[in-house]
Design a protein around this ligand. Sequence first.
Ligand SMILES: [Zn+2]
Length: 419
Amino acid sequence: MLYIAAHPDDENTRLITWMSKEKLFRTAYISLTRGDGGQNLIGSELSENLGLIRTRELMAARAIDGGEQFFTRANDFGYSKTSNETLDFWEKEKVLEDMVYVIRKIKPDVMICRFPPDSRAGHGHHSSSAILAKEAFDAASDASKFPYQVAEFGTWQVKRIYWNTFRFGSNNTITEQQLKLDAGGYNILDGKSNGEIAAESRSQHKSQGFGVPSQRGTQLEYFSPVSGDTIVSDPFENIPSFWEQSPSGKVISNLLKKIIAAYNFQNPSASVDQLLTVRSLIRKMPSSTIQIQKLKEIEKIIKDAMGLWTSAYSYRERYAEQDTIHITLQSILRNFPEATLKVNGVIYSDSSNSISLSKQLFQSRKMVLAGSITNSQPYWLKENHPLGVFTIPDKKKLESHGMMYLCWYLLNCLLKTIH
Ligand SMILES: [Zn+2]
């Protein structure tokens, strides 16, 4: 599911929580801007510096509600009364290109807009997000649109697109005839209602003065269809899971059901052997963005079940380009007999680049990071930009989230494979 709106804090965290934590859908929010044009209740930062803060606030919100976060090149250039003005500043086709890129890459079955494409949205950015969402819905399946993306990801037909209607003060767009669902369920594994998790998530928008109360009990969400196939009662009906779409997927699905049925929460490592079998079966599936995503997910589960912990740190917080960066990699396997950690991206290690882990044995390894590392900088601010759009030459960056912190970089370099 892909949720679409204009700013950090526009998103419906309760619906995102319901989808991500209750239904276990892969759930994403695309905020067309980073909110540079807003106000700042907690500091003096404005414009690009505020956009950076709000980018991080969105990331903190997603870490709580379980959604993924995407952006486009659009800049929040300030208040805009009409969508015509907004789309002019945003150089419309560029923002559309970025939205279609994300759709083709993550392949959502359902798109949901926060706003309608007209004045009921209350703001030119908001109505523009709905206009662009509908156009992106159509363009993603059209091979003549942005063909360089088709070469990489293929086209994608989203099954349906909705507007998630709302009641904001006196602005009420909900009617009882609309499709509805109860997003207020209780998540027994987290011991929290969706409305409690959503409130924690929403309260991350600190620069905007958020801090919203937890809600418990039934919370209805309403939907008005925009385009796509005809549905009867449930906005998510007739959507087969990835596993149900191929014979090998069905085999994996059955094995996962067995693993879950036998899962011992006091000894997660008892599931590791079967989880490794699942990983090898996923590896044999035809490569696709969804197959790659499933592989990442199973590897995270395996690492967690093994109790694997790793951390890499440098000796200074800042380096200049061309500096030699000395680092220490620490690792421990806390809940599994043994494993091998293979390390790449280093030019020197005090022994081999392969670390043998055994249960509860803490290891510390000194290394020197290889290759030239350029200065870390928010990628969308590297180049000068016109008022309405950032200049981002590399589309792959649309899914990354802000400053490239050194330790984050180190871990991504270092942790290659676990056997
Ligand atoms: Zn907004």
